[in-house]
Design a protein around this ligand. Structure first.
Ligand code: PSU
Ligand code: MN
Length: 306
């Protein structure tokens, strides 16, 4: 077995990389475990379109039959979307087994970062990252996304993290592991559905060019590790923070009562929040992803010019 046989990059993505044109990596857990069908597929396809409109090539990443696939087809997006949670949610630890068993996997932020780095893609955009869960002092539930950010050189553009997590502990963890958290035009960490939280980002940066320069510097310094760029949800789609916190609290209580654990926790909470808010949160979720991929495309474009 060699890497060439298990890493497949679509001709379009490979050509863009060879010609130093902008590419934006996109994850697939958000498709199969983050949103219901068919909205998940519609969103994933529109996300790719938005990346193109903003001058970059989209590279949606998944594991298909054990192959780390960079730039999956529309049919494969549809397949992952329809299969939903029946597809394995794949983080770092799952990759070797899925490859050896030639199985499918929907890649989390961590796994997508790993595969993006193997392909040579520097910028990745999504909705939200995993983090330190509330109650982690007893459960030790800390997303592998954070560890990956500490060692893999990919910039992740997101709308902060959902307050299903402990945002304060998530920020502390990222600080300890040396991961810069950039606020795009904001001093405070965006909380996914709402534009603000009680926590400060590491640096506020106001333009895609300046963000690209920071990525370039991190690369030149040969630092291991990525960067988080947090982009607040557009005002018109942001949700009332009291309302969404009450929904999240209810979802957390149910998850506790049902003893949901491990990798099931995040997908369970996402689905519960969508149910409890009658789809309102799903709309916000979709809009913030569109907003993030737009910014990701702009950063990738600036990075190619440096
Ligand atoms: N947060 C969201 N939507 C998502 C996820 C997180 O708002 O779809 C997904 C991402 O793929 C992320 C993963 O990498 O959940 C984190 O899972 P865990 O907490 O099990 O590490
Ligand atoms: Mn976890």
């Amino acid at each position: 077995m060699n890497l060439k046989n298990i890493l497949q990059i679509s001709p379009e993505v490979q050509k863009a990389l060879d010609e130093n044109r902008p590419v934006v990596a996109l994850e697939s857990t958000i498709i199969s475990h983050g949103m219901p069908y068919p909205k998940n597929v519609e969103t994933a396809l529109k996300v790719e379109k938005i990346v193109r409109t903003n001058g970059a090539v989209p590279a949606t990443i998944a594991i298909i039959g054990g192959i780390l696939t960079v730039g999956i087809s529309n049919e494969q997006i549809d397949y992952l979307g329809q299969k939903g949670t029946a597809v394995i949610k794949a983080s770092r630890r799952d990759i070797p087994i899925l490859v050896s068993k030639k199985e499918d996997g929907a890649t989390t932020v961590a796994a997508t970062m790993i595969i993006a780095q193997l392909a040579g893609i520097k910028v990745f955009a999504t909705g939200g990252i995993g983090g330190v869960h509330r109650g982690a002092e007893t459960t030790m539930d800390i997303s592998a996304d954070l560890e990956e950010l500490a060692k893999t050189n990919v910039c992740v553009v997101c709308a902060g993290a959902k307050s299903i997590l402990d945002l304060g502990l998530t920020m502390e963890y990222l600080e300890t592991r040396g991961v810069p958290v950039i606020g795009y035009k904001t001093e405070t960490l965006p909380a996914f559905y709402s534009r603000e939280s009680d926590f400060k980002v590491t640096y506020k940066i106001d333009s895609p060019l300046e963000i690209a320069k920071a990525i370039k510097a991190q690369d030149t310094l040969n630092f291991n590790g990525g960067m988080v760029v947090t982009n607040p949800i557009p005002e018109e789609f942001s949700m009332d923070s009291k309302y969404i916190s009450s929904v999240i609290d209810k979802a957390l209580i149910e998850a506790n009562e049902l003893l949901i654990k491990g990798k099931d926790t995040t997908p369970y909470l996402l689905e519960k929040i969508q149910q409890l808010s009658g789809g309102k949160s799903l709309e916000a979720n979709i809009e913030l992803v569109y907003n993030n991929v737009k910014l990701g495309a702009k950063i990738a474009a600036e990075l190619c010019k440096l």
